[in-house]
Design a protein around this ligand. Structure first.
Ligand code: PEP
Ligand code: MN
Length: 343
């Protein structure tokens, strides 16, 4: 349910509505739009007296949200959400609305030297954020699992020095405190999209969360996962379409281009695309990235390596630095047509 306030509603009226919602056992979530404030109610709706709320000062109307995801829905927040990533020692990068971002870097951080080399390369190629895995979800338990905290330290130093916010994956509730300490954005990987305890845990932080779509999740499942984070108070969710499992086996995963306009209609949250994990091969990464931007994505996350043949993880899909720079030039042009601009 949402309470839509009059455009001129006072702060006192808003506070009164919020405290009445709490008294009835609900949790109020404020969304301040350009013209009016909307108060979302999360909790058991049976206990909410709709008529009482409608009679309060400053209330225009009380309407039920039909979608199962409430705070992620367009009804709750009419305008596109713009998420700020970074700040402090690194510049703040905006994602959402007219703001597009490019997150680039290696799949995994193999050692300190390679991270610095690739970070410099993607920086000069036009990336606005640095990616790299310190904790890796690998299909085989015998594959390289990531360097953990040392890799987070290298990444932090690199981001600070080069002026790029850093984005890295958190795989387990026990790592959230640690990753939160170093990262500017926390990635929830595809395999963890429905790890509800992990979603709740990152929801208790105030860090932007890059929520990848699960391998076999519908858009609705995905938005309900976003809702887990939002309902804990963390409103900084960025979605990432990275391809699904389908019967098609020419590519690693099938990037669902249509999810982008669907999300745009159903939700206010920004969405970026990951052409690297979808393609599985560098030759196809550019086309998929371009298609994603043309469909209205708010940016891309791309894997880059200067020596893919020797990469410890995902070498075949890593772009060479020169190709990455060229692709960024193309994506900037598509973004401009779509009335977006890369940071
Ligand atoms: C990654 O970003 O390296 C990764 C493992 O992504 P996903 O969870 O989408 O497979
Ligand atoms: Mn990868």
């Amino acid at each position: 349910m949402i309470v839509v306030m009059n455009s001129g509603a006072s702060q006192a009226a808003i506070d009164r509505v919020a405290s009445e919602i709490e008294r009835m056992g609900g949790r109020p979530h404020l969304s301040r739009g350009e013209f009016r404030t909307v108060i979302g109610i999360v909790g058991e709706e049976v206990t909410i007296d709709q008529n009482h709320l409608a009679s309060l000062d400053g209330v225009e109307k009380v309407v039920p949200i039909m979608k199962p995801y409430k705070l992620a829905s367009r009804e709750f927040h009419e305008e596109d959400s713009v998420i700020d990533v970074g700040g402090g020692k690194v510049p703040q990068v905006k994602v959402g609305g007219t703001h597009a971002a490019c997150i680039a870097g290696p799949c995994t951080i193999e050692n300190e030297q390679m991270l610095w080399t690739i970070a410099r390369q993607v920086r000069s190629g036009g990336a606005s954020m640095l990616r790299g895995g310190a904790f890796k979800p690998r299909t085989s338990p015998y594959s390289f699992q990531g360097h953990g905290e040392p890799a987070l330290k290298w990444m932090r130093a690199c981001g600070d020095e080069l002026g790029m916010p850093i984005c890295t994956e958190v795989m387990d509730t026990r790592q959230v405190e640690l990753v939160d300490r170093y990262a500017d954005a926390m990635q929830i990987g595809a395999r963890n999209m429905q790890n509800f305890d992990l979603l709740r845990e990152v929801g208790k932080t105030n860090k932007p969360v890059l929520l990848k779509r699960g391998l076999a999740a519908t858009v609705k499942d995905w938005l309900l996962s976003a809702e887990y984070v939002l309902s804990q108070g963390n409103r900084r969710v960025i979605l990432c379409e990275r391809g699904m499992k389908t019967f098609e086996d020419s590519v690693r995963f099938t990037l669902d281009i249509s999810s982008i306009p669907v999300l745009h209609e159903w939700s206010h949250l920004p969405v970026i695309v990951d052409p690297s994990h979808a393609a599985g091969r560098r030759e196809w990464v550019g086309s998929i990235a371009a298609a994603g931007m043309a469909a209205g994505a708010h940016g891309v996350i791309v894997e880059v390596h200067y020596n893919p043949a020797e990469a410890q993880c995902d070498g075949p899909q890593a772009l060479l630095p020169e190709r990455f720079a060229e692709l960024m030039g193309q994506l900037r042009q598509i973004a401009a047509i779509m009335k977006k601009e890369f940071a």
